[in-house]
Design a protein around this ligand. Structure first.
Ligand SMILES: Nc1ncnc2c1ncn2[C@@H]1O[C@H](COP(=O)(O)OP(=O)(O)O)[C@@H](O)[C@H]1O
Ligand SMILES: [Mg+2]
Length: 306
């Protein structure tokens, strides 16, 4: 388990992290979301012992990272924000170096785990290339490989898909999702879609404070257009249509935009069947009906604008 308890970090007069607490349990994939400068990386550096907190405690598997660093460090893998160091080392050299530092392996086992991450992270073709000659996508995969090398129960990843193309992003997300059940995972991102596709919990922070801590689906429900229905009709008796739809008790508001009609329910109610029945009953020629997409960025913007 990964635990932050009242973590605070001040840099001079800047309060980067302002009393943050949360726990990440086995099976959790926590998306740590927030705009640039929100305090995500600073929080992760405190969790992993790279920065001492101004106050508060970070624990990995019940070990205080400041007081019992060795016990804590065995239990996690960390993918830092700036990717792998040691530019002149090759991929295999770096993985060997990390494996030796991790210290827990006999020579045989070491080769086996390296072989395994080279395979999992698709690094075979570049294994003898130095880090400085790799593209951002491959560097990120090397970072990922060193983080999961010792198969730790906890993973702390700072923007693991940053700089990857859409296809690579998908691969990394799948890889993370495939390890989820057995691990406690926290990953930072500023991509809402990422949180929706792999996380089962989301914390949004801004200016060093937690704004929400909930399930992605609950976050979705904050949207003012949650469960809104979009219809397109073949006929143009718009005034009549508007009046009829407006009279449905579950409907809060109707917005007409050319051919597109957006119907917003009261209290986020699921009204798609009700709307469908009304169009049938009135013989409106229905060209299309669907739930309006929820633009997560609008929620994010709403929460972090003040
Ligand atoms: N070493 C540092 N010295 C001074 N200020 C810092 C330092 N590291 C981060 N900060 C400041 O702390 C705040 C949070 O930064 P960071 O944790 O990197 O945010 P995020 O990762 O969410 O983008 C920012 O205002 C940043 O400028
Ligand atoms: Mg950051």
């Amino acid at each position: 388990m990964i635990e932050a308890e009242n973590l605070v970090k001040n840099f001079g007069s800047i309060c980067a992290v302002d009393n943050i607490s949360f726990q990440v349990k086995k099976g959790d994939i926590l998306g740590f979301l927030g705009p640039n400068g929100a305090g995500k990386s600073t929080t992760m550096k405190m969790l992993t012992g790279f920065l001492p907190p101004t106050s508060g405690t970070a624990r990995i598997g019940n070990n205080d990272i400041q007081k019992e660093p060795l016990a804590a460090k065995r239990l996690f893998g960390y993918l830092p924000e700036n990717g792998p160091l040691y530019q002149e080392m090759t991929v295999l050299e770096i993985l060997n170096f990390i494996a030796e530092m991790r210290d827990a392996y006999t020579t045989n086992k070491k080769n086996e785990v390296i072989e395994h991450v080279v395979e999992t992270c698709k690094l075979r073709d570049v294994r003898n290339q130095s880090i400085e000659t790799l593209s951002k996508g491959f560097r990120q995969r090397v970072s990922f490989a060193q983080a999961i090398l010792h198969d730790p129960p906890c993973l702390i990843m700072d923007e693991p898909t940053d700089g990857l193309d859409p296809n690579q992003k998908k691969q990394v997300r799948n890889l993370i999702a495939s390890m989820a059940e057995e691990k406690s995972i926290i990953l930072s991102t500023h991509i809402l879609e990422e949180v929706e596709s792999i996380c089962n919990r989301v914390i949004i922070i801004d200016k060093g404070k937690i704004l929400i801590d909930e399930k992605p689906e609950e976050m979705r429900q904050r949207h003012p257009h949650y469960n809104a229905v979009e219809i397109k009709l073949g006929n143009t008796k718009l005034a009549e249509i508007k009046e009829e739809i407006q009279s449905i008790p579950e409907v809060k508001e109707i917005q007409i935009n050319g051919d597109d009609i957006l119907i917003i329910p009261k209290g986020g109610k699921d009204i798609i069947n009700i709307i469908f029945d009304v169009t049938l009953k009135n013989n409106w020629s229905l060209a299309n009906i669907e739930k309006a997409p929820v633009l997560m960025d609008e929620i994010f913007g709403d929460l972090t604008q003040n």
